[in-house]
Design a protein around this ligand. Structure first.
Ligand code: PLP
Length: 411
C-alpha cells in the first residue's frame, strides 16, 4: 500500500499564464535594461487602504491587546456588526431584504467561489462563461466533475458559454440541461456587463430547470450605468435560484487584508437523490462552521469602516480614480481605431487584437514597441483568443504615459 493522490489534480493544466508573462517581461528587461516597463496586466489594486479604514483597523488591533476588550474566536459566519452593515448599505438601498444568517463573511471570494461547489453533488452539469475567472473551472476539475482538457483548452464535461464581440459579450442560455451556472458581472476579464433583462433570462432558465446560479459580483462597485444590476437579487425570484459572492478586495483595497462575503438566501433549495428539496443555506452553514473559523476581528472592523460616512466617500474617490484611468484607456485606444470593450462599469478593458494577431503576438508587440504589459486573453479560455486585457489599476501618470506610447504606434 502507498499513499494515493487525488488524481483529478493531474487533469489540471499548469496555470502558466502569469508565469509566462513574468518570463517574457524578464527576458525583455534583460535585453533592454533601460526600458521603462508599465504593467497594465495586474488584477490587483494599487491604492492603499483609506485612512478611515486604517483607523478602525488599528483601534481593533489595540482592543486585541487589552484584557477587557480582547476577542478570541468569533462566529464562523462573521460578526453581526458587519453583516448588519452589509445588509443596510449594500442591499436595503436596492430594495433587497436579507437577514443576518443569510450573510456569510469570509476571507475571500476566491475561497468562497472555489469552496461552494463541494456542497453540491459530483453529477451536476456545470456551465461557465468563456473567457472565465479560472477558479470556477479548476475547482470543479479538482472535485472530479470534468474529464480531460482537449486541444482547444476545454475540459470534457464542462459547458462553455462563449462571450465574444459577436454576441456582444452576452452569453447564450445553455442549449443542454445544466444544473450549475457560474456568472461574473461586471466580468473579469472582459469588463462587460449584463442588463437586468439579460440577467433575468438566466433566472428564468434556472427556475425552469431547477438549476443554480453562482453570481460573482466582485466588481459591482465599479458600475456607473443605470440599467446594470449591482446584485442578482434585484431581479424578481433570484433568491430561489442564486448565490451571490462579493468582496472588499477590489472595491475597498482589501486584496491584502482579506474580507469578502457570500449571500445564501434561505429560499434557495437544492435536491437530494429522492428529489426532496434541501436548504442550501443550512449546507453552507454546516460547511463553514466545520472548515472555517472566521475572519479576524480587526479585519471585520476595518471592513465595517468602509460603510461609515468618511469611509464611503474615500472609497468613492478611489473608484473614481481607477475609472478615470479606465476612461483614458478606452478613449485613447478607440481613437487609434482599436476595438475596446469594458471599462465603463469595470476596471478592465478588453482589447481586440489588431491585424489578426493572436493574444500572445499582440502581447509581445506591445511589450517590444511600447514596454506596456497586458494580459493575453487566451489565458482566460478559448474565447479569449484574439483579445488582450488591460487594467485601470495603476497611477494616472502611468496610464497616460502608456496610452501616449500606444497612440504613437501605427498599426
Ligand atoms: C478579484 C476577484 C475576486 C475577489 O477575490 P478575493 O479572494 O475576495 O480577493 C473574486 N472574483 C473575481 C472574478 C475576481 O477577479
Amino acid at each position: 500500500m502507498s499513499v494515493k493522490i487525488n488524481e483529478n489534480y493531474l487533469l489540471l493544466e499548469n496555470s502558466y499564464l502569469f508565469i509566462e508573462i513574468a518570463r517574457r517581461v524578464e527576458e525583455f528587461q534583460e535585453k533592454n535594461p533601460n526600458s521603462d516597463i508599465i504593467r497594465m496586466g495586474i488584477g490587483d489594486v494599487t491604492k492603499p487602504l483609506t485612512s478611515t479604514v486604517i483607523k478602525a483597523f488599528k483601534n481593533a488591533v489595540d482592543e486585541m491587546g487589552d484584557e477587557k476588550t480582547f476577542m478570541g474566536y468569533g462566529p464562523e459566519q462573521g460578526y453581526s456588526f458587519l453583516a448588519e452593515a452589509i445588509i443596510k448599505n449594500d442591499f436595503e438601498p436596492l430594495g433587497i431584504d436579507l437577514s443576518v444568517d443569510e450573510v456569510f463573511i469570509s476571507d475571500g471570494s476566491k475561497c468562497d467561489t472555489g469552496n461552494i461547489q463541494e456542497i453540491f453533488g459530483l453529477d451536476n452539469k456545470v456551465a461557465v462563461t468563456d473567457p472565465v475567472y479560472p477558479v470556477y473551472v479548476d475547482t470543479n476539475v479538482m472535485a472530479g466533475r470534468t474529464g480531460n482538457i482537449n486541444d482547444k483548452g476545454m475540459y470534457e464535461g464542462l459547458i462553455y458559454l462563449p462571450c465574444t464581440k459577436e454576441n456582444d459579450f452576452v452569453p447564450e442560455l445553455p442549449k443542454e440541461n445544466v444544473d450549475i451556472i457560474y456568472l461574473c458581472f461586471p466580468n473579469n476579464p472582459t469588463g462587460t456587463t449584463l442588463t437586468k433583462d439579460q440577467l433575468a433570462k438566466f433566472i428564468d432558465y434556472a427556475k425552469e430547470n431547477n438549476a443554480l446560479i453562482l453570481f460573482d459580483a466582485a466588481y459591482e462597485r465599479f458600475i456607473t450605468e443605470n440599467n446594470v444590476p449591482h446584485s442578482i437579487y434585484e431581479i424578481e425570484g433570484a433568491k430561489e435560484v442564486a448565490i451571490e459572492f462579493r468582496s472588499f478586495s477590489k472595491t475597498a483595497g482589501f486584496t491584502g487584508a482579506r474580507c469578502a462575503y457570500t449571500i445564501v438566501p434561505k429560499e434557495l433549495k437544492a435536491f437530494d437523490s429522492e428529489n426532496n428539496p434541501q436548504s442550501v443555506n443550512k449546507l453552507w452553514n454546516r460547511r463553514q462552521t466545520t472548515k472555517f473559523n472566521g475572519v479576524s476581528y480587526p479585519v471585520q472592523r476595518a471592513a465595517e469602516a468602509t460603510y461609515s460616512k468618511d469611509g464611503k466617500r474615500e472609497l468613492e474617490e478611489n473608484i473614481d480614480y481607477y475609472m478615470k484611468n479606465a476612461k483614458i484607456i478606452r478613449e485613447s485606444l478607440s481613437k487609434i481605431g482599436l476595438d475596446v470593450y469594458g471599462g465603463i462599469n469595470s476596471p478592465y478593458i478588453w482589447v481586440k487584437t489588431p491585424k489578426n494577431m493572436d493574444s500572445w503576438e499582440f502581447f509581445d508587440f506591445l511589450l517590444n514597441e511600447t514596454n506596456v504589459v497586458g494580459t493575453p486573453g487566451a489565458g482566460f479560455g478559448p474565447s479569449g483568443e484574439g483579445y488582450l486585457r488591460l487594467t485601470a489599476f495603476n497611477t494616472l501618470e502611468n496610464t497616460k504615459k502608456a496610452m501616449k506610447r500606444i497612440s504613437d504606434l501605427s498599426f
